[in-house]
Every structure is written in structure tokens, then in C-alpha cells.
Ligand binder design. Structure first.
Ligand SMILES: [Zn+2]
Length: 409
């Protein structure tokens, strides 16, 4: 078993050790007789840092993991000329470790706060690169409960209570009233004791006083299989997150020329306006389509048993083309409409009045559309009476329509 120096001192960032094992398979790694590097476990992620083979030569430690035999494996960029028995000096990345201590100790305080206030047990803890989360064993979680737990956790942090490491036997632990007793594996348990607030078995690295956590900020909550997930950030992460929130909100407020706290009200107002304008626009488009259909039908004479209407627009959307095609073919029998638009997106609509045929010959708009759009490098199709399609660019649309109309004339 590797001697885990972090068990006794979370603030130990420098240590000397001896190399016990080396491997390059599947990637370069080494095992030491003792280490201050924390391997991923109990929800807390691994430390990184450096291993000095001499005062000038250092290897980057990129990941640290627990192995089944109780040894800690340090993954490094290369093992170089290290051999079993080599002496090394280890240096843990102190900034990363401090961040992990703030998150993990913050989690203990927060979990204890949920128990003290609402008897809600934490069933799991997860630490990611930018936020952490706990899962609470509860069918419901209210905004009031979240705010109360956040408040109590921050009170405990402000009181700067001592956080101590204790080692006890399993029997002793049973009588201490732990928040969580781990499954029976070892006889000796390591406890983290937040004075008069929380006592729990944990192998993680922790602050020595709650004040070092800085603060805890609760974020998103969501329903998960085993209860409710609560995301949180502690320490400098809480400051960085608040800063990012402020920047985002400030940018948004500037868009509305509004005060920060009026942003939701302004956004709601704008959304209402957009909805109402969209409705008005739809209505105008329908009216416009109706009017334009009337004009087009009036100015187009029937020839060879049909009215053939061919039009290319430069500023209408597909939706308008469909409205216009519907009006044209409904308002007048024996009408065929070949419509296109070049922007905002090049599109075509072909339609004919229901039951239209000339000398017993009927047309198939879907087939005609497929053929036309394929020739233009696009896609399209539809039913016998109504078809639509899109093409990658507007060039060639007008010529294609002329081509089709000549076939029908
Ligand atoms: Zn813990």
C-alpha cells in the first residue's frame, strides 16, 4: 500500500519519495512508496503536479489513480531514466488542490446543512471542472429549502470553524453518530470533523478551517432518478461564476438599455411584442397573398385550357410562396402556378388547381418539382397538386421556371 501523506496533511504540497514500480503500458506511470498526490476517489478528482528526478528535471503528473491493490498510480508524460529505487521529489499543483479542497469541504458543509434543516441525506457527490453537484434523497426540493441551506452553509463558513482529521476504529465510529458510515472494508476509519456541525467518514483533502472555503453558491437544481441534483460552486469558483453571471447580465441589460434587475421584465415585454408582430405579419402575408393572387389571375389569360402563372420573387420566403400558390389554385380552376424566390433562401413552389387536366392529361407537380430541383442541385417533391423544394443558390432558378413553363405551354 502506498503511504498516503495527504491523509494526515492536506496542505502538504512537497514531499520526497522512492520509486517502487515503473510502467509504460498502456501509458507511462509510476508508483511511489509514499505520496501527497490525491487519486480520484469519493467524488473528488485527482491532483496534478510535477515529479523532480533531480533539481533541474521534472516530469508533469497528468493524472493520479487508485489501484485495486491499494497503490497510487501517477501518470506522467514519460518515465525517462527512472528506475525502481530512484529518489524523487514530488510537488502537488497547489492551486488545483486548493480549489478541490474548497469544493469538497464546501460539499460537506452543504450536505450537513440539508440534514440539519430538512433531514435530507446526500447520496452522491460529483466534482467536475467547472461545477460540483450533490444528489439529495428527496422527492421534492423547494426554492426556500435551497436558499435556507445555502444561507446556513455560508454562516458555518463565516464562523471559520475548525476542520479536523481523526482516525477511529469502526466500533468507535458507530458510537460517534456519523453522517455517513462507509461500507465495511477497513477497520480504521478516517473522519472529517467540522466542529459541532458535521462528522463524516471521508478520504478526501479538506481545508483546516471553514473560512478557507470562502463561500458556497447553489446553482441549478434538477430532478434525477434517486432524488434531486443540486449544483454548487465554492471558493474562487463561486467568485468566478458570480463574475461571469454579472458580465452576461450586464451585456444583456445593455441590449435593452435597462437596469440589471429589470432584464427579465424587459425580455418578457420584448417576447410579447415579437409574438404579437409575428401574428400581425402572418395576417398581412395572408392578405397580401390573397390580393396578389387576384391581380395575377386577372392579368393572366387562359391559354390551351389552363392559366399558367410563372413568377420569381426576390424577397419572399417559402411560406409566402405556399400561401400564394394555395390562393391562386383555389380562387381559379385550371390554374398552374410555378413560383420561386431567390432570397432569403432560394426556394420553389409548384401547384395546380384540384382536378386540373387538359384533354384528359393531368400533371404531377411532385414529379415536376423533383426533376427541376435535382437539375439545380437541390431537393424537392410533394403531392400531385402541391410541391415545394429548395436549391443551394438562386442562379438558374428563373431559367428553370421558363424551361418548365415552356413544357406546359
Ligand atoms: Zn468527503
Amino acid at each position: 500500500m502506498t503511504d498516503r501523506l495527504y491523509y494526515h496533511d492536506s496542505f502538504l504540497y512537497h514531499f520526497d519519495a522512492e520509486v517502487c514500480e515503473l510502467t509504460d503500458d498502456p501509458r507511462p506511470a509510476l508508483v511511489l512508496d509514499r505520496t501527497a498526490f490525491y487519486p480520484t476517489s469519493g467524488g473528488q478528482v485527482f491532483d496534478t503536479g510535477w515529479i523532480y528526478t533531480d533539481p533541474e528535471t521534472k516530469l508533469r503528473v497528468t493524472e493520479v489513480a487508485d489501484r485495486e491493490d491499494g497503490k497510487v498510480v501517477h501518470y506522467v508524460e514519460a518515465t525517462r531514466d527512472l528506475k525502481p529505487g530512484s529518489r524523487i521529489h514530488g510537488q502537488v499543483d497547489a492551486d488545483r488542490r486548493r480549489d478541490h479542497m474548497q469544493q469538497h469541504s464546501g460539499q460537506h458543509v452543504l450536505s450537513a446543512a440539508f440534514i440539519r434543516l430538512f433531514d435530507l441525506q446526500t447520496v452522491s457527490f460529483h466534482m467536475a471542472d467547472d461545477y460540483c453537484s450533490i444528489d439529495l434523497d428527496t422527492p421534492t426540493l423547494t426554492k426556500q429549502q435551497i436558499e435556507a441551506a445555502e444561507r446556513l452553509a455560508n454562516e458555518i463558513i463565516l464562523e471559520n470553524r475548525a476542520v479536523e482529521i481523526q482516525f477511529v476504529t469502526r466500533d468507535e465510529a458507530t458510537n460517534l453518530g456519523l453522517r455517513k458510515l462507509p461500507p465495511a472494508e477497513r477497520d480504521e476509519l478516517r473522519l472529517i470533523d467540522i466542529r459541532d456541525f458535521d462528522l463524516t467518514a471521508c478520504g478526501g483533502t479538506h481545508v483546516s478551517h471553514t473560512g478557507q472555503i470562502g463561500s458556497v453558491q447553489l446553482r441549478k437544481t434538477e430532478r434525477v432518478r434517486q432524488g434531486w441534483r443540486v449544483e454548487f460552486v465554492a471558493g474562487q469558483r463561486a467568485v468566478a461564476t458570480a463574475r461571469r453571471d454579472f458580465t452576461t447580465l450586464t451585456e444583456t441589460a445593455a441590449l435593452f438599455s435597462a437596469n440589471l434587475y429589470d432584464v427579465p421584465q424587459q425580455a418578457r415585454k420584448s417576447l410579447d411584442e415579437i409574438r404579437s408582430l409575428r401574428k400581425q405579419r402572418e395576417q398581412s402575408q395572408e392578405e397580401l397573398a390573397e390580393a396578389q393572387a387576384g391581380t395575377l389571375l386577372a392579368e393572366t389569360p387562359e391559354s390551351n385550357g389552363r392559366k399558367l402563372i410563372v413568377r420569381t420573387f426576390s424577397d419572399r420566403d417559402l411560406n409566402f410562396l405556399k400561401l400564394l400558390a394555395q390562393r391562386l389554385t383555389r380562387l381559379s380552376p385550371n390554374t398552374v402556378a410555378l413560383l420561386a424566390t431567390t432570397s432569403p433562401q432560394a426556394a420553389l413552389v409548384f401547384a395546380q388547381s384540384a382536378g386540373h387536366s387538359v384533354a384528359g392529361q393531368s400533371l404531377d407537380m411532385g414529379a415536376l418539382m423533383k426533376e427541376t430541383t435535382t437539375a439545380l442541385g437541390g431537393r424537392g417533391g410533394g403531392s400531385k397538386d402541391m410541391a415545394q423544394g429548395g436549391v443551394p443558390n438562386a442562379e438558374g432558378i428563373q431559367a428553370a421556371l421558363v424551361n418548365v413553363s415552356q413544357k406546359l405551354a
